[in-house]
Write a protein that binds this ligand. Structure first.
Ligand SMILES: Nc1ncnc2c1ncn2[C@@H]1O[C@H](COP(=O)(O)OP(=O)(O)O)[C@@H](O)[C@H]1O
Ligand SMILES: [Mg+2]
Length: 258
């Protein structure tokens, strides 16, 4: 298990869901992807979503951000039903940050230009914009990369950039779609530390999905396993790997986290 575990917040005193999916079903051309799914995510929790390719993890993120409307069910953020609130309003009113699996930045702009672009959209006051950009640059140690065209950044640097962009409007909830994919071990460790710091220092609720189950389980408080459109297991990393349903559908018999 990664060292970062010691920073984790294990108990959620408030236990107040900041985000709830209620009886969500999703069909694509009559094919059912999600089936009556209920999920409550607590304030300042790091929740991991695991499940085989094509199970609907990205679809869940799309439903939370408002990129897609569920066929049935409700999305509730801060106790407000926002199922019918459009994506732009949802992002700003409910402060949701989203880091997509691919892209999320403009290739031909430099790293600094990408940060400025997002800041111009979200922060009206020029001075506040400047302060926020400087804070993000220092938080993510981006100083040496500012003038590099984003397409020339390494995989890990690109991920850092997209996370930094998602943080510019101070999200309460950050959604990370497969952040560890195709990254080396040290970069994964760096991202895990970023995620845990977002929780402990910035008080952000984080939902992360990834195929690197071990990497994911070492930085989350709770994980869920999806199979056949449903949540078949939910629990702490130690609990979930022992769950017989999760073993059959996802982990197999040999899986260990330490
Ligand atoms: N716009 C779409 N039209 C039709 N099928 C889609 C669409 N988006 C996703 N799907 C299907 O929904 C299922 C879930 O996709 P996705 O949420 O991307 O899975 P995951 O992220 O878990 O790999 C897949 O079978 C995918 O082919
Ligand atoms: Mg996906």
């Amino acid at each position: 298990m990664a060292l970062i575990k010691k920073f984790r917040i294990k108990k959620f005193k408030e236990n107040e869901p900041v985000l709830k999916l209620e009886k969500i079903s999703m069909f694509f051309n009559k094919r059912q992807i999600l089936s009556n799914l209920d999920l409550a995510i607590n304030k300042q929790e790091i929740l991991g979503m695991l499940g085989p390719n094509g199970v609907g993890k990205s679809t869940i993120f799309n439903i939370i951000t408002g990129l897609k409307s569920p066929s049935f069910g409700k999305v509730i953020i801060n106790k407000i039903d926002c199922t019918n609130i459009p994506i732009y309003e949802r992002a700003t009113k409910f402060n949701i940050g989203y880091v997509p699996q691919y892209g999320g930045f403009i290739q031909d702009l430099t790293l600094l230009e990408n940060l400025k672009l997002v800041a111009e959209i979200h922060i009206k006051d020029k001075e506040n914009r400047k302060i926020k950009i400087e804070k993000i640059i220092s938080q993510f140690e981006l100083e040496p990369l500012l003038q590099i065209k984003s397409k020339h950044l390494s995989g890990g640097q690109k991920k850092k950039l997209v996370i930094a962009m998602a943080l510019i409007n101070d999200p309460n909830i950050l959604l990370l779609d497969e952040p560890f994919a195709a990254l080396d071990i040290l970069t994964i460790k760096m991202l895990q530390e970023i995620i845990v710091n977002l929780q402990s220092l910035d008080k952000i609720t984080v939902v992360v999905c990834d195929h690197q189950a071990r990497d994911l389980l070492s930085c989350v408080d709770r994980a869920i396993v999806l199979s056949d459109g449903k949540i078949i297991a939910s629990g702490s990393p130690d609990e979930i790997i022992k769950d017989s349903g999760a073993k059959t559908a996802y982990f197999g018999d040999e899986f260990k986290i330490n």
